[in-house]
Design a protein around this ligand. Structure first.
Ligand code: 6PG
Length: 479
C-alpha cells in the first residue's frame, strides 16, 4: 500500500480534490467506474504530485495505507449508496469512508449508523467552493466520529482554504452534522443570491441603470461591509456582454432559476424543526416561481403601476442606491441569523453540540458564501455561544437599526413601482415581527378555539382554556 488517501468519483469535483491533495504532497489513489477518467487525470495532471491510478475497487482498496481513507465524490442519493455498497465488503474495521458530495444529512445519519455496525467510520463532509475551491482550497465541513477526524483532520486542514492562517475546516459534530451545516450553507447561499438579484432589479427598475453601471455599484459595495465572493462575482456577471449579440449577458439568459435541491431540503428541515427561515424559504420559492413559465404567461399583462409616470418615478428618493445597500445588508443579517438559528435547532435536536462560532469561522474562506462579515458573526458567537439571535447582538443590532429607515423606504418604493422583492420584504417583516410587543397570533388562537375547541393560554394566568363560543353567554372553562 502506497497511498495515504483515495478518491473515487473523478468528475470535476473529485478530480480537483484529488489534485489538491496531491499538490499538498499526499499520495492519492484514484478510482473511477470509467477507467478513462482515471487515465486522463494522470496524463493531464500527473506532474502535480503522486497519484496511484487503479482500475478496480479491489486494486483501489489494496493501494491504500491502513486505516484506509476513501473520499467518495459522486452524485447524492442512490449513486452514493451504490458506491458505498461496492466498497464496504472490501474494507476492514477502522477504515474511514468520506462522502464529500451534497448528501441529505438524514442519509448521512443512516449511512453512518450502518457502517458503524461494521466497525467502519463514515464521514459526511460538506465541501463548498465549487470547482475552483476544490482545487485551490475549499471550506470543508466534516461530520462523523471524533476519532475519524483525528486522522482525516490534518489532511483536510492541509487542503482547505486559509483565512489569517487558519484552515477553513473543523470537526463540525457527529454523524450528519457536517452535511446539515453544508445544507444550511446552501440555504443561506440561495437567500444571499436572491437578495443580490433583487438589488439589481431595483437599481435597474427604479433608477434605470444599465447592467454595466450596476456592476460598478456592486464593485463599490464590495469594498465595504458587503465584501463577499457573491457580490464580487455578481459584478463580473453584470459587466459581461454576450459576444454573439453584444447585449448584456443578463438580458440573453432565460430568467428561470434552477436548483438541485439543497435549498429545498433546508426549507423542509426548517419546517420540521419549527425554525422560521423565511428568507431561505422565499428565495427557494422565488426560484420556483421564476420557472413556472405557464403561470407567468397566464398572468402577464395584469395591471401594475406605470413606472414612467412622473408621480411614480418621482417617488424614488435620491438616496435610493445607498438605501438599497443598507436594505441588502440588513436583509443579509436576517438571512444569516435565521440560518444560524437553524443550525442551533438541528444541533439541539440531534445532540451534535455544534460550535456556531467555529462554523462562522470556516465559512470565512473557500465557500460560496464567504464574506467579510462572517468574521463578525464568528466574534458574536465567540462572545456568547448561545446567542438567541444575531439580530439583537452588538454591532449587528446597531447596523440593522441604523438601516431600518432605508430598508423600509426601499421596500415601499418597490411596492409603489411594482418590483417584486420577496427577500427584502420577508426579512423586514421578520425584523418587525421579532421586535413587536404583541403579535396577532392571539387572534389566531381565538379562531382556533372558536372552530375547533383547540384551547388557548392566557397572559395573566397559567393553564389551558376554552370558551363556549356557541353558547349564550359565552363562558370560559379551564381545561
Ligand atoms: C458550494 C455550492 C455547491 C453547488 C450548489 C448549487 O457550496 O460549492 O453550494 O454545492 O454549486 O449545490 O446549488 P443549486 O444547483 O441548487 O443552485
Amino acid at each position: 500500500a502506497q497511498a495515504s488517501i483515495g478518491v473515487t468519483g473523478l468528475a470535476v469535483m473529485g478530480r480537483n480534490l484529488a489534485r489538491n491533495l496531491a499538490r499538498h504532497g499526499h499520495t492519492v489513489a484514484l478510482y473511477n467506474r470509467t477507467g478513462q477518467r482515471t487515465q486522463d487525470l494522470v496524463e493531464q495532471f500527473g506532474s502535480e504530485g503522486e497519484f496511484v491510478p487503479t482500475y478496480s475497487p479491489q486494486e483501489f482498496v489494496a493501494a491504500l495505507e491502513r486505516p484506509r481513507k476513501i473520499i467518495i465524490m459522486v452524485k447524492a442519493g442512490a449513486p452514493t449508496d451504490a458506491v458505498i455498497d461496492e466498497f464496504t465488503p472490501l474494507l476492514e474495521p477502522g477504515d474511514i469512508v468520506v462522502d464529500a458530495g451534497n448528501a441529505h444529512f438524514a442519509d448521512t445519519r443512516r449511512r453512518e449508523a450502518a457502517l458503524r455496525e461494521r466497525g467502519l467510520h463514515f464521514v459526511g463532509a460538506g465541501v463548498s467552493g465549487g470547482e475552483e475551491g476544490a482545487l485551490h482550497g475549499p471550506s470543508i465541513m466534516p461530520g462523523g466520529s471524533e476519532s475519524s477526524y483525528a486522522s482525516l483532520g490534518p489532511l483536510f486542514e492541509d487542503i482547505a482554504a486559509k483565512v489569517d492562517g487558519a484552515p477553513c475546516c473543523t470537526h463540525v459534530g457527529p454523524d450528519g452534522a457536517g452535511h446539515f451545516v453544508k445544507m444550511v450553507h446552501n440555504g443561506i447561499e440561495y437567500s444571499d443570491m436572491q437578495l443580490i438579484a433583487e438589488s439589481f432589479d431595483l437599481l435597474r427598475g427604479a433608477l434605470g441603470y444599465e447592467p454595466a453601471q450596476i456592476a460598478e455599484v456592486f464593485r463599490t459595495w464590495n469594498s465595504g461591509r458587503l465584501d463577499s465572493y457573491l457580490i464580487e462575482i455578481t459584478a463580473e456577471v453584470l459587466a459581461h456582454t454576450d459576444p454573439a449579440t453584444g447585449k448584456p449577458f443578463v438580458d440573453i439568459v432565460a430568467d428561470q432559476a434552477e436548483q438541485k435541491g439543497t435549498g429545498r431540503w433546508t426549507v423542509q428541515t426548517g419546517l420540521e424543526l419549527g425554525v422560521p427561515i423565511t428568507g431561505i424559504a422565499e428565495a427557494t420559492f422565488a426560484r420556483s416561481l421564476s420557472g413556472h413559465v405557464d403561470l407567468r404567461r397566464a398572468a402577464r399583462g395584469l395591471a401594475g403601476p406605470d413606472r414612467t409616470a412622473p408621480s411614480v418615478r418621482g417617488s424614488v428618493p435620491d438616496s435610493f442606491a445607498d438605501d438599497v445597500e443598507q436594505a441588502l445588508y440588513a436583509s443579509k443579517v436576517v438571512a444569516y441569523a435565521q440560518g444560524f438559528n437553524q443550525i442551533q435547532a438541528g444541533s439541539a435536536e440531534y445532540g451534535w453540540n455544534i460550535d456556531l462560532g467555529a462554523v462562522a469561522a470556516i465559512w470565512r474562506g473557500g465557500c460560496i458564501i464567504r464574506a467579510k462579515f462572517l468574521d463578525d458573526i464568528r466574534a458574536a458567537y465567540r462572545a456568547e455561544s448561545t446567542l438567541p439571535t444575531l439580530l439583537a447582538s452588538g454591532e449587528f443590532r446597531t447596523a440593522v437599526e441604523d438601516a431600518q429607515d432605508a430598508w423600509r423606504s426601499v421596500v415601499s418604493t418597490a411596492v409603489r413601482l411594482g418590483i417584486p422583492t420577496p427577500g427584502f420584504s420577508t426579512a423586514l417583516a421578520y425584523y418587525d415581527a421579532l421586535r413587536a410587543e404583541r403579535l396577532p397570533a392571539s387572534l389566531i388562537q381565538g379562531q382556533r378555539d372558536y372552530f375547533g375547541a383547540h384551547t388557548y393560554r392566557r397572559v395573566d394566568r397559567a393553564g389551558s382554556f376554552h370558551t363556549t363560543w356557541a353558547d349564550d353567554p359565552r363562558v370560559e372553562h379551564e381545561v
